[in-house]
Write a protein that binds this ligand. Structure first.
Ligand code: CMP
Length: 141
């Protein structure tokens, strides 16, 4: 077991449906601490770059449009095995396949509007955290 950090995003459907508190409660009650947070409206350029790995996918343009359709809450979560722990708490990308008790099973409206994003590996977590946060914006407690 090791303490890790991971990037979490509460997506526009989560923010606009007032799910911020509910989502953070899921993290905090399952041993993930919020060590940085920023409520922001992504630009098209930011969303395109952040999801650049999906550029060739048929859903890319819609995903960028969706992620810029309203504010998002970007966060750094910290805890034991934070990358995997966050993915377990979120559930599968497709809410129809997400396990019971997960955020996506309980709240996601579709595979696109699936409430949250979480880094898929420690390597990508470092890249994604750097994308949104300076080291001075991440705290320890
Ligand atoms: P996320 O974990 O943020 O990573 C990429 C996102 O693309 C994913 O969550 C979904 O919001 C979206 N996505 C993935 N697969 C599909 C799909 N088949 N159709 C539409 N959107 C998708």
């Amino acid at each position: 077991m090791s303490t890790e950090r991971t990037l979490s995003i509460i997506k526009p459907d989560g923010v606009t449906r007032s799910l911020i508190g509910t989502v953070i409660e899921r993290f905090e009650s399952q041993s993930l601490k919020v060590v940085a947070a920023k409520l922001q409206q992504l630009t098209t350029e930011q969303a395109q770059e952040f999801y650049g790995v999906h550029k060739e996918r048929p859903f890319y343009n819609d995903l960028v449009k969706y992620m810029t359709s309203g504010p998002v809450l970007t966060m750094v979560l910290e805890g034991e095995n934070a990358v995997l722990q966050n993915r377990t708490i979120m559930g599968a990308t497709n809410p129809a396949e997400a396990a019971e008790g997960t955020i996506r099973r309980d709240f996601a409206e579709s595979i696109e509007a699936n409430v949250v994003h979480g880094s898929d590996s420690a390597e990508n977590a470092a890249i994604e955290i750097d994308f949104f946060f300076n080291s001075s914006e991440i705290v320890s407690y």
